[in-house]
Design a protein around this ligand. Structure first.
Ligand code: XIL
Length: 359
């Protein structure tokens, strides 16, 4: 069964949420595909209706990444991003910019991959990159992911192109350089598994302590939160949020999704794959979404809540289906089905935002 024919209807699912973002004082966001990308909002009035109704903040799924905005040394292309910004503004949504620096191979501009230069030269081209983009968006975006995924699973810095050229310096230089041209936007360090992997979290907190000692003006930590039904535990997640809160840093859930299958878990590896979003599974997912959002509300004080963003609108559009599951089967990680009908998961988020019990 695919998301589109999963049979949920807004009445029978018990979701019945009229306006999700109204339930929170902080941004409730979603990432979107643009233009010619699959499942783009630009071609879908039905998706636009959901976005307009339920979310207060938007993130571009891809079009504000490095290679899109800065394809050649002196070429910046803001056409798509500006159109995206206009959609956000016209509809009264704020925008979270993702992301100024990211190692991901196919999203690093080719000219950077081929660039030969010493550390100073590398820091200089990254400074120009960061400041040109952050200047362009200054006053137009509420927040930015300045650096994405600079830490390894298992701890230590990721041996990315940027790390190879500058050591860890590129990370804090990016924050300093972005702040120099945008005094208002919240500046985030963003990563995945920091809510799950103790060693990765230790590298993060070490980095944040270094930032503090050197007055590097980071505003908060973006927890991507590509998590599972069974992992990590809510208490592990809360403890990770606390590490940021104790350092008086904002916590933003930037890319939340919860697939029904966990390919790293033994039942799945033994062939126990959920191939259908049964009512029982959908209700378990509702509870899990609720508990995660509730943990956020309970752990992060109001002044440090950067918001909660889900990574995509409808189940069949999720990046996990191609990336994690290699298109081997469907999964149902998001809040709406393929026909943009509300899933019980949406009610779970609504209950979590309202502080209701998670059932
Ligand atoms: C993903 C997009 O959703 C996909 O469309 C693209 O093919 C790959 O990137 N962590 C991030 C996001 O920070 O930028 C990634 O987005 C998902 C994982």
């Amino acid at each position: 069964m695919t998301g589109a024919d999963s049979g949920w209807s807004e009445k029978t699912s018990g979701a019945d949420v009229s306006k999700l973002s109204k339930l929170a004082k902080f941004p409730v966001g979603v990432s979107l595909a643009y233009g010619n990308e699959a499942f783009s909002y630009t071609n879908s009035p039905a998706q636009q209706a959901v976005i307009k109704t339920h979310f207060s903040q938007l993130t571009a799924g891809n079009i504000m990444k490095m290679s899109y905005l800065h394809p050649a040394p002196d070429t910046y292309n803001f056409t798509q991003a500006d159109d995206f910004l206009k959609f956000a503004r016209d509809n009264g949504k704020t925008l979270h910019a993702h992301t100024l620096i990211w190692h991901s191979d196919y999203q690093v501009p080719a000219f950077m991959k081929n660039y030969q230069g010493d550390k100073a030269a590398w820091l200089a081209i990254l400074k120009t990159h960061v400041q040109t983009i952050a200047t362009h968006f200054s006053g137009k975006v509420a927040s930015l992911d300045v650096v994405n995924e600079a830490i390894n699973d298992g701890g230590g810095y990721r041996n990315s192109l940027f790390y190879q050229k500058t050591g860890a310096d590129y990370i804090e230089q990016a924050v300093i350089n972005a702040r120099a041209v945008d005094q208002k936007a919240d500046l985030y360090y963003n990563d995945y598994n920091i809510e799950a992997d103790a060693a990765k979290l230790r590298t993060l907190t070490g980095m944040l302590d270094g930032f503090k000692a050197r007055s590097v003006p980071v505003t908060g930590v973006g927890f991507q939160m590509h998590i599972y039904m069974d992992y990590p535990s809510v208490s592990t997640i809360s403890a990770a949020f606390k590490q940021a809160v104790e350092r008086k840093l904002k916590v933003k859930i930037t890319e939340l999704d919860i697939p029904v299958n966990n390919p790293f878990s033994p039942p799945y590896q033994a062939g126990d794959i959920q191939r259908e979003l049964t009512p029982a599974l959908a209700l378990a997912q509702k509870k899990r979404y609720c508990e995660v959002v509730k943990a956020y509300r309970d752990t992060v004080p109001a002044n440090l809540r950067g918001g909660v963003t889900v990574w995509g609108v409808s189940d069949p559009s999720s990046w996990l289906i191609s990336d994690l599951f290699k298109n081997a089967h469907a999964d149902w990680p998001l809040l709406f089905d393929g026909a943009y009908r509300q899933k019980p998961a949406l009610r779970g988020v609504a209950d979590g935002l309202s502080g209701k019990p998670c059932i």
